[in-house]
Write a protein that binds this ligand. Structure first.
Ligand code: SAH
Length: 266
């Protein structure tokens, strides 16, 4: 199988390291009976070698830390409790998966820190419960972790990635979760994704000098957009745009550090 160099993610390797060796991607897409499905789910829940502790327990601790740091939205916390972050990083990094740190996912990109994922989704959803948070657009799928979390707090999620190997890998990593309300798109997210617009929420996982006009055009009335933007001082800050009463109301929030937003596809 041809593999992109420098690409550390491998679910198969994670499985091999655990000694359970499920055929990760292809086996999961075949229709299966409930018994096989239960056995498979159990294998997928297993803790990778090196994590040291039961992954449910470490994930619970991560969520408690997020709560202590001020994350209030219970839907976001519940979603983060559910998504196995360790499965979205290379097995060599799995023991750091529940620390509040960003980690490399290959091609010079990173999986965002859990606290930043929680904070951005909380800001974007603005307290709207999952049933009323309709369609969300994510720019920068990366490994697919945030997309998985989003798919648990919104009715429909479209996530765009400009790097083909990451888009393909995210598809593979997300397959076991069978999130039928999540659509992965390979393309330039600076153009948003017009076919599914408008969006009730837009969230960017990469930071540019300014907000692309397409994002504003594709934000539904009442919608909320959260993105890192390069600040005049040189760093990045989190910006929230609320589309209300025909206006775009901008507020600036904390300093952040995201990979750059780039145009075009590779
Ligand atoms: N959402 C990820 C973070 C990914 S890092 C998580 O769950 O942690 C940011 C991603 O944005 C990178 O994969 C990068 O390739 C992508 N990106 C940067 N500019 C983009 C663009 N114009 N369109 C789509 N993706 C882009």
């Amino acid at each position: 199988m041809k593999r992109a160099r420098h690409f550390p993610l491998s679910l198969e390797r994670l499985a091999r390291d655990r000694g359970s060796a499920p055929r990760a991607a292809d086996g999961l897409l075949r229709p299966q009976g409930p018994v096989q499905a239960a056995a498979r789910d159990q294998r997928l829940q297993a803790t990778p070698a090196g994590l040291g502790l039961d992954s449910d327990l470490v994930r619970r601790r991560m969520v408690e830390r997020l709560r202590a740091q001020g994350v209030r939205d219970e839907h976001v916390l519940a979603a983060m409790l559910q998504v196995p972050r360790h499965r979205f990083v290379d097995s060599a990094l799995a023991n750091q998966a529940y620390e509040d740190t960003s980690l490399p996912i290959g091609l010079q990109q990173t999986i965002s820190k859990p606290s930043v994922v929680a904070r951005m989704i909380e800001l974007m959803s603005g307290g709207r419960p999952p049933q009323s948070l309709g369609r969300v657009l994510e720019i920068g799928t990366g490994c697919g972790y945030q997309a998985a979390v989003l798919s648990l707090v919104a009715r429909q999620v479209v996530s765009v990635e400009r790097l083909r190997p990451l888009h393909d890998k995210a598809r593979e990593l997300l397959a076991p979760m069978r999130r039928h309300n999540l659509r992965l798109v390979y393309g330039d997210g600076m153009l948003g994704h017009a076919p599914n617009a408008p969006y009730d929420g837009i969230i960017a996982a990469a930071g540019g000098a300014h907000l692309p006009q397409a994002w504003l055009d594709q934000l539904a009335p009442g919608g909320r957009l959260v993105a890192p933007i390069v600040s005049p001082a040189g760093g990045q800050i989190l910006v929230l745009i609320e589309h209300r009463d025909g206006r775009y109301v901008r507020t600036e929030h904390e300093a952040v550090h995201f990979v750059p937003l780039k145009s075009g596809t590779t």
